[in-house]
Ligand binder design. Structure first.
Ligand code: OAD
Length: 263
């Protein structure tokens, strides 16, 4: 996973017809793909990464907390940070945006949800997402001996446990900076990007390869609709940008298909 830093381009000027136009595209789409980022969970109280004041990377050093070198330098520090984030997630609820996506899935020939989020909120809302960056609810062996555990409740908060198979540290099953995404998972996401319409929700579009999926969809003829209250690096690809939040815009967007109840 690599991050392309830099200022987002100025937002495209939008008009009030955008929502109607987006609904029209949705009404005619058969194969829909959705790419979500941290903004999709913001209204559940989960902080994003790069929002200027509230984002996690404004307060914490990603190389210390989200890289293998950082973990090896201080395993308890990194473990405690993930324990804190697991606590945030445990106390959060899926928001209206998660629910709108979960309700929408059965109304299209194909509806694939690809998420960069590691918080499990899409699953709790009833979706079956392709989790590109893993899950903080799962733990794996640092040495990749094959051990994996999915029960976050039993994890100690202070010090990372040892792998019961090989005695190396256990670590969260997330993709850290400098690491490759799981190949099969990325392939599933790339296959999903062969769609008629891709919705891109709440992502800054700075972290690759996830951020490359909308361009891939566009190249194959898909329309791209962005939902984000701020300008993002992907705006220039968009057919339509809905300049609002996920929990507000997604129920509105899907309500008009008469397929999805407004939450
Ligand atoms: P970022 O924090 O980079 O971007 C969050 C985006 O959400 C920004 O564009 C915001 O404008 C937007 N946003 C904020 N509130 C929103 C809301 N209520 N509704 C919709 N959008 C909103 O998060 P990501 O793009 O997801 O990796 O970051 C990508 C990856 O970088 C993450 O998966 C994470 C991080 O390092 C890992 O932890 C593995």
């Amino acid at each position: 996973m690599v991050c392309r830093d830099g200022p987002a381009p100025a937002g495209r000027r939008l008009n009030s017809a955008s929502l109607d136009a987006a609904r029209e595209y949705l009404a005619h789409a058969r194969r829909v793909a959705v790419l979500t980022g941290a903004g999709n969970s913001a209204e559940s109280g989960i902080p994003t990464f790069r929002d200027a004041t509230s984002g996690l990377w404004a307060k914490f050093d990603p190389m210390q907390l989200a890289s293998e070198d950082g973990f090896r330098a201080d395993p308890p520090l990194v473990w405690r940070w993930y324990a804190w984030r697991r606590g945030l997630v445990a106390n959060a609820q899926p928001n209206a945006g998660h629910h709108a996506l979960a309700s929408a899935q059965s109304h299209f020939d194909s509806f694939e949800l690809i998420t960069q989020n590691v918080d499990g909120l899409h699953t709790r809302a009833g979706s079956a997402p392709i989790e590109l960056h893993g899950s903080i609810l799962r733990t794996v062996c640092l040495a990749r001996c094959g051990f994996s555990q999915g029960d976050p409740v039993s994890l100690p908060p202070g010090e990372p446990p040892r792998c019961p198979q090989c005695n190396d540290w256990l670590r969260p099953d997330v993709v850290w900076f400098g690491e490759m995404l799981d190949g099969a998972t990325l392939q599933r996401a790339q296959a999903a990007a062969r769609c008629d319409l891709m919705l891109v929700i709440g992502t800054s579009g700075l972290v690759y390869p996830a951020a490359g999926l909308p361009a891939e969809a566009l190249r194959r003829g898909a329309k791209v609709i962005i939902v984000n209250p701020q300008a993002s690096d992907l705006d220039e690809l968009a057919t339509i940008v809905l300049r609002g939040t996920a929990a507000v815009e997604l129920p509105r967007l899907f309500a008009a298909t008469d397929a999805v109840p407004s939450h």
